[in-house]
Design a protein around this ligand. Structure first.
Ligand SMILES: Nc1ncnc2c1ncn2[C@@H]1O[C@H](COP(=O)(O)OP(=O)(O)O)[C@@H](O)[C@H]1O
Ligand SMILES: [Mg+2]
Length: 266
């Protein structure tokens, strides 16, 4: 694994995976910019959480990365290539990601391969392998409604992984889960991230979730987003919950909350 942030300097000469270069964006019908001259880099193998108040433009950042929206100005670069010249480079799990209700879990999970036009039998084999790895093989012929919230999120993540993309965008994947399931899913996600060589960008409004998961946290508190304050999390992996309550991390948490509060208007 190639993690470049903070204490995690395992490999030197880090590779930049994703770059925003002076990116600006506004929705057509809206007079105001949501993103203005935004620059940031994400190194290969990092786990970045983006934290900010609701409505500030976090999901819009993801929509730009996967070309659901087009930047008004600036460039988004993935491994030295402009995303305008790329296809199938991102695994995106949107905020309201729902598995398709009339497809079985297996059929949902192999969907990205089906869309790519891959051999259906081969796609099924890959999806089955993934479901087994995620402890969902017993549910492969069930429908989304038959699964718990945590299981559905695992199935969605499996589907996202089957895109084969190196960069995964996860938009508040655990926000609808109950507290206990959420904690288990966070631990599960870190296990998967440590096992797979992926770069993850993860949106959350939960500061503790960001601290537990991330190598680095990008905080923003205002719209338009002009800059992310980048805060490294000085913790090793595997992590335990108690590590979050140690003095250095509590200091980082304070810094995060202070930054978030800057944009709050009561
Ligand atoms: N498709 C859209 N068309 C117009 N405005 C939008 C659209 N999607 C989001 N917005 C607006 O853009 C702003 C940022 O939204 P979003 O990126 O979803 O914020 P966040 O994910 O931080 O909650 C909000 O004011 C929202 O109402
Ligand atoms: Mg959002």
């Amino acid at each position: 694994m190639n993690i470049c942030s903070g204490m995690w300097l395992i490999t030197r000469g880090c590779e930049i995976m994703l770059e925003f270069k002076n990116v600006s964006f506004k929705y057509e019908e809206d007079p105001d910019f949501i993103i203005k001259n935004l620059n940031f880099n994400v190194d290969k193998g990092e786990f970045i959480s983006i934290v900010g108040p609701s409505g500030c433009g976090k999901s819009t950042v993801f929509r730009l990365i996967c070309k659901l929206e087009k930047a008004f100005e600036g460039d988004i670069i993935l491994k030295d290539k402009n995303i305008n010249d790329l296809k199938g480079y991102i695994g995106y799990m949107p905020q309201n990601d729902l598995l398709i209700p009339w497809r079985t879990i297996l059929q949902n999970v192999y969907l990205p391969l089906e869309v790519k036009g891959e051999n259906l039998k081969e796609a099924q084999v890959q999806a089955e392998k993934m479901l087994k790895n995620f402890g969902l093989e017993k549910y492969k012929n069930k429908y989304p409604k038959d699964l718990s919230g945590g299981m559905r999120q695992r199935a969605s993540f499996a589907r996202t992984l089957l895109t084969g993309a190196e960069v995964l965008l996860l938009d508040e994947p655990f926000s609808a889960l109950d507290a206990i399931t959420r904690v288990s899913m966070q631990e599960w996600l870190i296990d998967k991230w440590l096992a797979l060589d992926k770069t993850i960008l993860f949106i959350t409004h939960d500061v503790e979730e960001a601290l537990f998961l991330s190598t680095k946290i990008f905080v923003t508190s205002e719209t338009p987003i002009r800059k992310f304050k980048e805060i490294e999390v000085p913790l090793n992996y595997p992590r335990t919950r108690s590590m979050i309550d140690t003095t250095p991390i509590l200091k980082v948490k304070e810094e995060l909350i202070k930054e978030l509060k800057r944009g709050v208007k009561l």
